[in-house]
Design a protein around this ligand. Structure first.
Ligand code: ATP
Length: 890
């Protein structure tokens, strides 16, 4: 018999497992050794050797290699070997960069790998889904991606969306009864759950029947696509720009070659010089450096608790103009403690140490019937558990429910004891943020069944028609409803999160759907709990404001609770009133257009359902905002996907929310969003910095050659020198710029416009002007020295080489700031200082160490000429830095 045909207990027996305690860790390890990890095998990866050789597929590099080969055959051995070595080193560096980028992307993938909740050795634990083995007992909750194929053994309203397997997008309702059908299709197997499908509602438990390639998903593994690497907008733009730059560089190179030949240089020399120049001037390494800068930035973010799932988000982060954030757990600590209770017109308070009192007098809970019932039912309609470890009482499960348990425990009400002696829970209708309620069906000591429902007070009031008032059941008249609403408002305005509790007897069979029982209830009362704001959020909100980013709170909580917290955090001004706040009901009434017209003024959306989030994202986007939106549940996924930056919670987030997101907060903390935005802005700025440096350097290299040829001069630089500059002077400092710290004012500027071009904010001008000057001073140094002694061309070339290198190494410090070299400590980036020092040393080695001199065609420079070199090479950076002062003074 197959698992779906068996009774659930028989299925467990045939899988040699125990439903109550799960597998032992030892047994699970043994089974894993036998059946392998619970993974789908991936396609072939590009091998390291192929990746290495792919570095040389560039057309110009091939031409250079061919040219080198020819020059080798013609007897220029030293030149040929030196050029080969440089090309090889260049390729090797490119290979290392790409490997690094690939590795860090893989590490990211591993970090966001799905988890399972599994019963091992009698304890529920969270493990990587690849650790599951047949026979494991797994828990499924709304929002989970199912970790393996399993036979369902408990279903509480469990619904699973299986479109990935069956194509059916309407979720299937799951149950635990056998299905006797001999040959059912996958879509009919409603007592099974399949790897890779999504739990959209309810919760349940299942026993794993198959893992890895043995699952239904594994069998159709061909269908599964590995996600393609997505290019960021900047990478795409650079790709296009790269093509233009290649054309321009090639045209200029051809101009250099033709001018050289026209002025009498021999064709062979000019050809080699031209090809070297093309290789040096074409910024073929730019995309690789951008990837490295992005992935290094992403690694920095991980250290600060933000995982970027989609690389483009790094750039979009810098454009964010609105952050829509959940309140509970993101802005607050999610450490709930019941402090106030209300029932039948009476308010009670409870202290940390467990004293209950009313109107200033201590009381004993069991003498207050309504209070006792409120606490008991709050404990019964509850999935959390209290764990005592040493001195500490820890809550496992939803913090809201934990608070209700702890309040009960303070009155001596213990869930375990209640369930052992008096009550049994027969069915659960799990909480969801759209219904804002949870219910259980409980069998009492006399065998009678009753329903307990708890949930958002305003919702529960609508579902109740009676109320317990002074020990009696009374109709919920308008007058009493007003009393209830007054109590809700009073607790909420103290920033308390409120939960109502209601009940009713149940006659007849147990209904399948929550909607059938959550009506005609009898209200018992309210519990109000504090959830203190996270201490760092207030400062983060203020910093975002300075950075031109608006913070919007979106919460399922009561309007008054939300406003009270928003005021504490500075999201609402102390005197800001209703016009900045909107509740879910009003949101429902407004059309998309109407919402757009007011959305800019709203800072708090309260009592919203997850579906509302999408409407809010759309309205903000239509107003031109770049929206970051947080979420954790399965219903949040559409909004997370639609937002420009979808953010999921690492701790409380469901798999569905995480998969839809582009950023995951490992600590669920709002302040981490701010940190990520700052990092995102910085990464983009750093990319701009090295684009600026590299392109200005290339412009300088081309112009010095072009001017010399047009002016009918000898070659100011020999090919190997040009290649050396490309490798050393351009390479190391550019990488170091990618690691630069943010400028101080990075969070004092407005967000970047998403359509901003690569050369925006005068970057194009800076590249051309500095590049032009680098070319001019290099040529000047060459001309001065050549005129002094026309018989010593190699000496003049060495001077030009040193001037070009030094001009670039000084200019690199200017690239650290959008404003000027003087606006920040030029030596603040230690990587850059090391890169510049080592480039300068390597230059000195090439010039002064005798064995390198014939290879690089260099001659030892006399000390007095260094004054000329340093004086001229400082000009490109400092000449135009003067414009900074004159602009500042104005
Ligand atoms: P957010 O995380 O978006 O800031 P939230 O967590 O407060 O909001 P929900 O979890 O949707 O939003 O809760 C909405 C309301 O539902 C709460 O104000 C509370 O009254 C009620 N509620 C929350 N958790 C439970 C629960 N486990 N059982 C019953 N009712 C609950």
């Amino acid at each position: 018999m197959i698992y779906h045909q068996m009774d659930k207990n028989d299925a467990a027996v045939s899988l040699q497992t125990n439903i109550k305690t799960g597998l032992s860790t030892k047994l699970a390890d043994e089974r894993r050794k036998k059946v392998g990890r619970n993974e789908l095998s991936e396609g072939e990866k590009q091998s390291a050797i192929l990746l290495f050789f792919s570095q040389f597929k560039d057309f110009m590099v091939l031409v250079l290699l061919a040219a080198t080969l020819i020059s080798g055959l013609l007897g220029e051995y030293i030149d040929a070997v030196a050029i080969m070595v440089i090309v090889l080193i260049n390729g090797f560096l490119g290979f290392i960069q790409e490997r690094k980028a690939e590795k860090s992307l893989q590490a990211l993938k591993d970090l966001s790998a799905p988890k399972i909740t599994v019963l091992r050795d009698g304890r529920w634990m969270k493990l990587d889904s690849k650790d599951a083995v047949p026979g494991d007992i797994l828990k499924l909750s709304s929002g989970d991606r199912v970790g393996a194929d399993m036979r369902i053994i408990v279903s509480n309203d469990l619904e699973i969306e299986e479109s990935a397997l069956t194509g059916e997008s309407i979720p299937a309702q799951k149950h635990s009864d056998p299905i006797l059908d001999e040959n059912p299709s996958l879509g009919d197997l409603n007592n099974m759950a399949f790897m890779g499908t999504l739990v959209t509602r309810g919760n349940g438990i299942g026993v794993v029947t198959a893992t890895g390639m043995n699952t239904a998903m594994g069998k159709i593994a061909g269908m599964i696509q590995t996600a393609a690497t997505i290019m960021t907008p900047l990478q795409r733009r650079l790709d296009q720009l790269g093509k233009i730059l290649i054309t321009v560089a090639l045209l200029l190179t051809v101009a250099v070659v033709l001018a050289g030949i026209f002025h009498g240089h021999d064709v062979y020399t000019m050809f080699l010089a031209g090809v070297s120049l093309a290789v040096a001037a074409i910024p073929e390494g730019l995309p690789a450096i951008v990837t490295v800068a992005l992935s290094l930035g992403v690694q920095r973010m991980i250290r600060k608790n933000a995982i970027v799932r989609k690389l483009p988000a790094v750039e979009t982060l810098g454009c964010a103009s609105v952050i829509c954030s959940d309140k509970t757990g993101t802005m607050t600590q999610n450490k709930m403690t019941v402090t106030h209770l209300w029932g039948g017109g009476k308010t009670w308070t409870v202290t940390d140490t467990g004293e209950f009192s009313t109107v200033g007098k201590n009381i004993e809970v069991d003498k207050e019937k309504t209070l006792y019932q409120l606490l008991t039912f709050g404990t019964l309609c509850n999935n959390a558990e209290i764990k005592i470890t040493g001195q500490e009482m820890l809550v496992e499960g939803d913090p809201t429910e934990g608070a209700l348990l702890l309040a009960g425990a303070k009155a001596g009400i213990d869930k375990k004891a209640l369930l052992e002696k008096q009550f049994s829970v027969e069915k659960e209708y799990p909480f969801d943020s759209a219904r804002k309620m949870m219910s259980v069906i409980v069998k009492g000591p006399s065998g009678d069944r009753f329903v307990i429902t708890k949930g958002a007070p305003d919702v529960l009031s609508l579902k109740s028609n009676t109320i317990l008032w002074e020990g009696k059941q009374k109709a919920l008249s308008d007058h009493l409803l007003q009393e209830v609403n007054g109590a809700i408002k009073q607790l909420a305005s103290m920033a308390l999160r409120t939960i109502s509790i209601a009940y009713k007897p149940l006659k007849g069979p147990i209904p399948e759907r929550a909607e059938e029982i959550e009506q005609n209830l009898t209200l018992i009362g309210l519990q109000g709990m504090i959830d203190p704001p996270r201490p760092e959020v207030k400062a983060a909100v203020a910093e975002c404001k300075q950075a031109g980013i608006k913070t919007v709170m979106i919460t399922g909580d009561h309007v008054d609770t939300a406003c009270a917290i928003a005021k504490q955090l500075g999201i609402l001004a102390k005197d800001e009133g209703d016009s900045a706040v909107m509740d879910g009901r009003r949101l429902n009434e407004l059309s998309a257009k109407e919402l757009e017209s007011v959305v800019d003024n709203i800072h708090v959306f309260a009592r919203v359902s997850p579906e509302h989030k999408l409407k809010i994202v759309n309205a903000l986007q239509n107003k031109g905002h770049i929206v970051a939106m947080t979420g954790d549940g399965v219903n949040d996924a559409p909004a997370i996907k639609a937002a420009d930056i979808g953010i999921a919670m690492g701790i409380t987030g469901t798999d569905v929310a995480k998969e839809a997101s582009s950023l995951i907060l490992l600590d669920d903390n709002f302040a981490t969003i701010k940190v990520a935005i700052k990092e995102g802005r910085n990464i983009y700025e750093n990319i701009r910095k090295f684009i600026r440096y590299l392109l200005a350097s290339n412009v300088g290299e081309i112009l010095v050659m072009l001017f010399a040829m047009l002016m009918s001069m000898p070659l100011p630089l020999v090919p190997i020198q040009i290649l050396w500059v490309n490798l050393v002077t351009d390479g190391l400092p550019a990488m170091a710029l990618g690691l630069d710290q943010p400028e101080e004012n990075v969070m004092q500027r407005n967000p970047r416009h998403p359509k901003e071009g690569v050369f925006a904010r005068r970057l194009g001008w800076k590249i051309l002007s500095r590049g032009f000057l680098i070319g001019v001073v290099t040529l000047a140094a060459f001309v001065i020295v050549f005129h002094r002694d026309p018989s010593d061309l190699p000496y003049a070339q060495t001077i030009a080489f040193a001037t070009l290198v030094m001009a670039q190494l000084i200019h690199v410090f200017d690239c650290r700031s959008e404003i000027s070299i003087f606006s920040r400590n030029p030596f603040g980036n230690k990587y850059l200082v090391w890169a510049v020092v080592s480039s300068a040393l390597l230059m000195l080695v090439v010039i002064y160490v005798p064995i390198f001199q014939p290879i690089f065609h260099t001659v030892a420079i006399e000390p007095r000429d260094w004054l000329l070199i340093l004086g001229l090479s400082a000009v490109p950076t400092f000449l135009l830095a003067g414009t900074f002062f004159s602009r500042k003074r104005r």
